[in-house]
Ligand binder design. Structure first.
Ligand code: ZN
Length: 347
């Protein structure tokens, strides 16, 4: 049986909390979806990193059917070498451990009969989003995910290629230094990676919560009577309190959203300025979906006030036309893993 005749591919989306599995058919459908908790250091606090990695590999291998010449696509939620599948770090799975891990070699050692294709989860989400017919004529598409972390990828649609640097990486924007302000003054917060002042420190899900704490500290009187201060004091979770306060046009919630979207707008503005071939910037991730239309409106507010030199004056809707938000299932890493595996690469 040749590789070309394979019709069903087992796909996984490995995240910090869940490992999702499905069967991907070449027509693009996902069948038999299931989900299990990830073997993370939070679930097994006594386990060593090597034991956690071994658990992961064993679970993945056991979930691949014993069919002739099986093919597997894995979307992996970690910074990894796009060319080889070498995992550089995964804080949600293994904590602050940063010893590179050869995931493909470990999988192959256990299941040498399987053709393993491993891609980063942002890459996988982009591969799925970029496969949509209305994006087929784009020159380049940038997908940015704003969730527990922040990252982006750019694909060149003409060659179906995601260029990478000498480490096999691209678009790790979450750890770019940015300028942030809150309540009219600059602010500097620490990032989860341990360094100060990174984009994710202000604009990821946990970053937004830290900015809210800082806002409560800077503006205690306004906070106490706001649509954020009252419900959170009564025990409402921060994320749902923020969404409800934005729905109710609460001033302080709007100010917080402006503050956390400003550095994202700055990075995207720079990306669009440096690469005129970006025909669409697609936003996805838990923060974007959770805050809905409020998120894009705040982002576009920054880009309308300060757009691209000359281009925004001559073509006022330039940015408006290029920045979109995904709907449910439009940038699915599980489907992207199938696309990567059926295309034969990478890793
Ligand atoms: Zn960082």
């Amino acid at each position: 049986m040749s590789g070309g005749s394979v019709t069903a591919i087992t796909v996984f989306d490995v995240g910090g909390t869940h490992v999702r599995r499905a069967t991907w058919l070449r027509q693009g459908q996902l069948r038999d979806r299931s989900s299990r908790p990830s073997p993370s250091f939070k679930r097994f606090p006594a386990a060593t990193v090597a034991e956690l990695q071994d658990m992961m590999v064993r679970e993945l291998c056991e979930a691949v059917p014993r069919t002739p010449e099986p093919v597997v696509g894995i979307s992996f939620g970690a910074a990894l070498d796009h060319r080889t599948g070498l995992v550089y770090a995964s804080a949600p799975l293994w904590g602050e451990h940063s010893e590179p891990y050869d995931l493909r070699a470990a999988l192959t050692a256990r299941r040498g009969d399987v053709r393993w294709h491993i891609v980063n989860d942002v890459t996988a989400a982009l591969l799925h989003a970029a496969a949509a017919t209305d994006r087929s004529r784009h020159r380049k598409v940038l997908l940015a995910t704003i969730s527990s972390g922040i990252a982006c990828r750019v694909i060149d649609q003409r060659q179906r290629r995601i260029p990478v640097d000498g480490c096999g990486l691209q678009g790790e924007i979450g750890h770019l230094p940015v300028h942030a302000e809150l309540a009219g003054r600059p602010i500097e917060l620490d990032c989860d990676c341990g360094k100060p002042g990174h984009l994710a420190a202000y604009a990821s899900g946990p970053g937004i919560a830290r900015m809210a704490d800082a806002l409560a500290g800077r503006e205690p009187a306004r906070w106490a009577v706001s649509g954020l201060g009252r419900p959170t004091a009564d025990g409402t979770g921060f994320e749902s309190a923020l969404r409800r306060a934005l729905d109710a046009s609460d001033d302080l919630a709007g100010e917080l959203l402006d503050a956390v979207t400003a550095p994202v707008a700055a990075v995207l503005r720079t990306a669009l300025c440096l690469d005129p071939e970006l025909d669409e910037v697609v936003l996805t991730g838990g923060v974007v979906h959770g805050l809905g239309h409020h998120y894009r409106r705040a982002l576009m507010g920054h880009l309308t006030r300060q757009g691209l030199y000359l281009t925004s004056e001559r073509s006022p809707d330039w940015l408006e036309q290029r920045i979109t938000v995904t709907g449910p299932g439009e940038a699915d890493s599980l489907a992207g893993a199938g696309i990567a595996a059926s295309a034969g690469g990478p890793a």
